[in-house]
Ligand binder design. Structure first.
Ligand code: GLN
Length: 535
C-alpha cells in the first residue's frame, strides 16, 4: 500500500516548503524508495499559465505540457520523480471538475458541497497520482499557510486521508519558523505554537516539525517546542538557513530526518550517505575554480522567482565546469534608454530568457546586437531566439520594418509570426504549443557538440515561431538553422557563422537541467563564457 507525507506550512509564507518537500524526496530516493511529489495550490486559477510573473514567479513546464507551479521545478531538480500534469492540483482544477460533473448530472438529487464533494475530488486526485506513478511514497505539499481560508478544503482532505490510511501510512510534516528577535537576543517559539494550534483546531496534528531558523536550536527550546506542540522531542527538526538550496538535503540528513521519516512510516531501508551529491554538487558549488560573468537580460529581473529555472540551470552549468556563474541581472527597459556598452560591459556571456509582450523588447534586441558584434557568447531562449532573428534581419540583412507579429501586427517583414495552429485559438488558458516535442540537430553544429546526439526532445511554451520565408535569405547572410522539428518544419535552434558561441532555441532547456546533470547547452554556454573570460 502506498504511503503519504503531507507537508504543510505555518507562520509565514516563503519558508521554502517546496525545497523541503524536494529535499525529503531526495533523502528517500537515496534510501532506495521511489517517490513522487504533488503540489496543491489553493488559488482559483486552473493553472498559473495566465498569471504574470509578478503574481506567481516562473511558470514551470512539464514534458506532458502542463503550465505549473515553480515548485515542480525544485522537485525535478532534486529528484528523479516523474512529474506531470496531475502533479499540480489547484482549487481551480478541482472546482472545474466538480462543477462539470454537476452540470452533467453526476450528482443527481444531491446538494453539491465543499465537504464531501470538493474534498473527495482532492483526495481522488492525490490518490490517483500515487496510484498511476506506482511509487513507495507520495509527498504532497499544500501551498499557502495554515490559517488561510483558501487552503481549508485541502487540509480537510488530508485530515480525512490520514484517518483513512492509519498509522504508518501517512505523516504530517509541518514547516514552521522560529523568528530571531535581535533586541531580545532570542529565538521565539510562540508563532510555532500558534500555528500548530491552528492545525489542531481543524483536527490535524504534526508528526514532525521542521523549524526554519537563523540560529541553532538549543536543547531547552527543543524540549519546549516538543511539549507545547505535542510532538516527540526527536521530531523537532532544525532546518537552519544554508548558503545554497542544494545543501538542504545534507542539512536534513545531518538532523536524521530520513531515519525519523522511515521510522514513523515503518519502512526499513539500509542507511546510505549523500556523498555523491555532496561532492558533485555542494563542494563544487562552494569552491569554484573560475568565474564567468553572465548577464541575464529580461524585464522581470527585479523578481527573485521570475526566471527561477534559468538561474538554476546557469548555476548547474557552472558546477559542470568547476566554475561560478556570476549572474548579473540587466533590465531590458534600461537598455532602451541608456548606453548598452556600459550596462553589458565585461559580460562573458549574455542570456535572453523567454517572455511575452513588447515591453523592453527593443532593449533585448540591442543586447543581441552587442553580443553578436563583440563576439560574446549568446544564449537565446524562446523569446531570446525571436529577438536574435529580428536583430539579424534588421542589422545583418538590412531589411526595413522587421519585427515579430506579437509586437507589430502589420509589420512589413514578419520574421517571427503566429504558428499556423494558433490562428484558431480563442481561449488563452493552456492553449500555447506546450510540452515536449522532438528536434533534429545538424551534425556540424555547436548544439550537436553539446548534446552529442542528433535527436533530442525539449519542452516548449510559445505561440510565435520563425517564419520560414526568411530561412534562405538569412542562411545566405550567415545564420545557421541547425535544429528543426522535421514533421512540422519548425525552426527549433539557430546559430551564427563567425561567432564563437551564438545559440538560440525555440524551446526551454532550463526546465531539464539538474545540479548533478547540467543541461548540455547551459554547460557549453558557461564553457564558452569561461573561454571569453580568459581572453
Ligand atoms: N512570446 C513568445 C511566444 O509566445 C515567446 C514565448 C516564450 O518566450 N516562452 O511565442
Amino acid at each position: 500500500m502506498e504511503k503519504f507525507i503531507f507537508v504543510t506550512g505555518g507562520v509565514v509564507s516563503s519558508l521554502g516548503k517546496g525545497i523541503a518537500a524536494a529535499s525529503i524526496g531526495k533523502l528517500l530516493e537515496v534510501r532506495g524508495l521511489t517517490t513522487t511529489i504533488i503540489k496543491c495550490d489553493p488559488y482559483l486559477n486552473v493553472d498559473p499559465g495566465t498569471m504574470s510573473p509578478f503574481q506567481h514567479g516562473e511558470v514551470y513546464v512539464t514534458d506532458d505540457g502542463a503550465e505549473a507551479d515553480l515548485d515542480l521545478g525544485h522537485y525535478e531538480r532534486f529528484t528523479n520523480a516523474h512529474i506531470s500534469k496531475d502533479s499540480n492540483i489547484t482549487t481551480g482544477k478541482v472546482y472545474y471538475n466538480v462543477i462539470t460533473k454537476e452540470r452533467r448530472g453526476d450528482y443527481l438529487g444531491k446538494t453539491v458541497q465543499i465537504i464531501p464533494h470538493i474534498t473527495n475530488e482532492i483526495k481522488m486526485r492525490i490518490r490517483k497520482v500515487s496510484h498511476d506513478k506506482d511509487v513507495d511514497v507520495t509527498i504532497v505539499e499544500i501551498g499557502g499557510t495554515v490559517g488561510d481560508i483558501e487552503s481549508l478544503p485541502f487540509l480537510e482532505a488530508i485530515r480525512q486521508m490520514r484517518w483513512e490510511l492509519g498509522e504508518h501510512y501517512a505523516l504530517n510534516i509541518h514547516v514552521t519558523l522560529l523568528p530571531y528577535i535581535k533586541s531580545a537576543g532570542e529565538q521565539k517559539t510562540k508563532p510555532t505554537q500558534h500555528s500548530v494550534g491552528r492545525l489542531r483546531e481543524i483536527g490535524l496534528a504534526p508528526d514532525i516539525l521542521l523549524c526554519r531558523t537563523e540560529k541553532h536550536i538549543t536543547k531547552e527550546q527543543r524540549d519546549k517546542i516538543a511539549l507545547f506542540c505535542n510532538v516527540d522531542r526527536e521530531a523537532v527538526v532544525e532546518a537552519a538557513d544554508v548558503k545554497c538550496i542544494y545543501e538542504v538535503p545534507l542539512s536534513f540528513k545531518k538532523e536524521g530526518l530520513d531515519d525519523l521519516i522511515l521510522k514513523k512510516l515503518n519502512i526499513k531501508r539500509e542507511d546510505k550517505d549523500l556523498s555523491s551529491w555532496r561532492d558533485l554538487v555542494v563542494k563544487r558549488l562552494k569552491h569554484p575554480q573560475k568565474e564567468a560573468k553572465i548577464c541575464v537580460v529580461g524585464k522581470y529581473i527585479a523578481l527573485q522567482d521570475a526566471y527561477k529555472s534559468i538561474y538554476e540551470a546557469l548555476i548547474h552549468g557552472g558546477i559542470a565546469n568547476n566554475a561560478k556563474a556570476h549572474i548579473i541581472r540587466v533590465d531590458s527597459e534600461n537598455l532602451e534608454k541608456g548606453k548598452v556598452d556600459k550596462r553589458l560591459e565585461g559580460a562573458d556571456g549574455i542570456l535572453i530568457p523567454g517572455g511575452f509582450g513588447d515591453r523592453g523588447i527593443e532593449g533585448k534586441i540591442k543586447a543581441v546586437e552587442y553580443a553578436r558584434e563583440n563576439k560574446i557568447p549568446y544564449f537565446g531562449i524562446c523569446l531570446g531566439m525571436h529577438v536574435a532573428t529580428i536583430e539579424f534581419g534588421r542589422n545583418v540583412c538590412s531589411l526595413k520594418g522587421v519585427n515579430s507579429t506579437e509586437f507589430d501586427k502589420q509589420v512589413k517583414n514578419p520574421v517571427i509570426a503566429l504558428l499556423e495552429e494558433q490562428k484558431r485559438v480563442k481561449n488563452l488558458g493552456a492553449s500555447m504549443r506546450l510540452g515536449a516535442y522532438p528536434c533534429k540537430l545538424a551534425k556540424k553544429s555547436l548544439s550537436f557538440k553539446a548534446y552529442k546526439k542528433e535527436n533530442i526532445s525539449e519542452r516548449h511554451r510559445h505561440r510565435y515561431e520563425f517564419n520560414n520565408h526568411y530561412k534562405k535569405p538569412f542562411e545566405k547572410k550567415g545564420m545557421l538553422f541547425v535544429g528543426m522539428n522535421v514533421r512540422k518544419g519548425l525552426v527549433e535552434v539557430i546559430e551564427l557563422k563567425n561567432h564563437p558561441w551564438f545559440v538560440a532555441c525555440q524551446f526551454h532547456p532550463e526546465f531539464k537541467s539538474k545540479p548533478d546533470r547540467a543541461h548540455p547547452l547551459f554547460r557549453e554556454f558557461i564553457a564558452a563564457a569561461l573561454v571569453k573570460s580568459k581572453k
